[in-house]
Design a protein around this ligand. Structure first.
Ligand code: NAI
Ligand code: MG
Length: 356
C-alpha cells in the first residue's frame, strides 16, 4: 500500500525536523515491506508569504484534500505577524478540515531529566485531548468596536461552545481512556469565572460520563490543574480541555516531560471526511533555527501518531521504542541535556529501528 502524504515543513526548525521525521518513517516503511510513503512537499509558510502575500495558495485546501494525511512542521517567522501566519496556514487547515480532536501525549523518555523526576519517582503517562475546532480559538470577535476614536479602542474575543462540539470531544476522550491502563478522564475548565460556555462544558461532561461508568472522572479548574500537573502527575491519564486551556497545558506537560521539543500531536478529523494533520507541539523556534540542533523527537513521534492513524499500531510502537533507544543511549539534543545534532539523533533512531 502507498500512503500519499502532503508535507508542509513551513518555517524555522519545521524545515529541519520534518526532514528528520520523513527519514524515520521511510525507514519503518522499508523494513515492513508492506507499505510505502509517497511524500509531496508544499513550500508554504512565511517565505511563500513574502512572495505571494498569503501563507498558502487560494486553492491550497482543495489540493490537500486529496491526500491521506498532512505532515506538518511549524509555522511562524518574524517577517509575518504571528496571528496572520497561524490563521493563514495551520488554523486554516485545522478549522476547514474539521480536525476537531487534537491528541497530545505526554510521557517520560529514558535518559531525559524532567523537573519532576528530580523531586520524586513518578511516571508520566498522559494524553491531553484538546478541543480543536471552537472554544477560545473560534475566531469570533472584532476590533475598534467603540467608535470613539484613538485611545478608546474596544476589542472583543468571543469563545464559542456548542453542545455538539463539547459532546464529541468528550466521547473521544472517554473512548481513548477506555483503551488505556488507567481509565480516567479529567475535565478542565474555568467554569467558576466563565459562567456560560464552560458551565455548558461541565454539564455535557457530567452527562457523557454517565455512559462510561467504567471510567473514573474529575472536573478541575485550569489554575488548579496547572498545579496538579506539577504536584500530582501520577493522578492523571486523559485530560480533556478547551482549545486555549489544552494548548497551555500541553506545553506545560511537555516541559515536565523534559522539553517542548519532545511533544507530539495529532489533529484528527475522526469522521474521516478530511485528511488529519500530524505536527509537533512546538513552534518554529527562531532562536535555534538553522543551527541543525533542533530536537526531532516531537516531529518523529508525531509520525508515530500518523502510523497509528493509518492502523499501523505495531509500526508506531516500533518508532516509539527506537526513540527510547536513542535517548537511553545518550544521543540527545541540547534541550534535553546532550550535544547531539538533529541529524545525529535521527540517525540513532533509524539505527535503533534497524537493530530491532
Ligand atoms: P517555540 O515552540 O518555537 O519555542 C519555544 C522554546 O522552545 C524556544 O526556546 C525553542 O528554542 C524551544 N524549542 C522549540 N522547539 C524545539 C525543538 N524541536 N528542539 C529544541 N528546542 C525547541 O515557541 P515560540 O518561541 O513562542 O514561538 C516561535 C514561533 O512559532 C512564533 O512565530 C509562534 O507563533 C510559532 N508557533 C507555532 C506553532 C505551530 O506551528 N503549531 C506553535 C507554537 C508557536
Ligand atoms: Mg501551543
Amino acid at each position: 500500500h502507498t500512503y500519499r502524504v502532503a508535507v508542509i515543513p513551513a518555517d524555522g526548525v519545521g524545515k529541519e525536523v520534518v526532514a528528520a521525521g520523513c527519514r524515520v518513517l521511510d525507514a519503518v516503511a522499508e523494513q515492513s515491506r508492506t507499505f510505502r510513503f509517497e511524500w509531496t512537499e508544499f513550500p508554504w509558510g512565511s517565505d511563500y508569504y513574502a512572495k505571494h502575500g498569503r501563507m498558502m495558495p487560494e486553492d491550497g485546501l482543495e489540493t490537500l484534500r486529496g491526500y491521506d494525511a498532512i505532515y506538518f512542521g511549524a509555522v511562524g517567522w518574524e517577517t509575518v505577524p504571528d496571528h496572520v501566519s497561524l490563521w493563514g496556514l495551520r488554523l486554516n487547515i485545522t478549522q476547514n478540515f474539521d480536525q476537531w480532536a487534537n491528541v497530545r501525549p505526554v510521557t517520560f523518555l529514558p535518559g531525559v531529566t524532567s523537573p519532576l523526576r528530580k523531586a520524586a519517582e513518578v511516571e508520566l503517562d498522559w494524553v491531553v485531548v484538546r478541543e480543536n475546532s471552537e472554544g477560545e480559538y473560534a475566531g469570533l470577535g472584532g476590533r475598534n468596536l467603540s467608535g470613539r476614536g484613538p485611545g478608546n479602542e474596544v476589542a472583543l474575543q468571543t469563545a464559542l461552545f456548542t453542545e455538539k462540539g463539547c459532546e464529541r470531544i468528550m466521547r473521544f476522550a472517554f473512548d481513548l481512556a477506555r483503551k488505556r491502563r488507567v481509565k480516567k478522564v479529567s475535565s478542565v475548565t474555568k467554569s467558576n469565572a466563565q459562567q456560560y460556555g464552560m458551565v455548558l462544558w461541565d454539564e455535557v461532561f457530567a452527562r457523557v460520563a454517565q455512559d462510561y461508568p467504567d471510567v473514573a472522572t474529575e472536573s478541575v479548574l485550569v489554575d488548579a490543574m496547572s498545579a496538579k500537573f506539577v504536584l500530582h502527575p501520577e493522578d492523571l491519564s486523559v485530560v480533556v480541555a478547551s482549545n486555549l486551556n489544552a494548548d497551555i497545558l500541553s506545553d506545560l506537560g511537555s516541559a515536565l516531560a523534559g522539553s517542548l521539543g519532545l511533544a507530539s500531536s495529532a489533529n484528527l478529523n475522526p469522521d474521516g471526511r478530511f485528511p488529519s494533520m500530524f505536527e509537533p507541539v512546538h513552534g518554529s523556534a527562531p532562536d535555534i533555527a538553522g543551527l541543525g540542533v533542533a530536537n526531532p523527537i516531537g516531529q518523529i513521534s508525531s509520525g508515530a501518531l500518523m502510523l497509528e492513524h493509518f492502523g499501523l499500531a505495531a509500526e508506531a510502537a516500533r518508532v516509539e521504542a527506537a526513540v527510547r533507544g536513542a535517548t537511553a543511549a545518550g544521543v540527545r539534543t541540547r534541550d534535553i541535556g546532550g550535544n547531539a545534532t538533529t541529524d545525529e539523533v535521527t540517525t540513532a533512531v533509524v539505527e535503533a529501528l534497524q537493530r530491532a
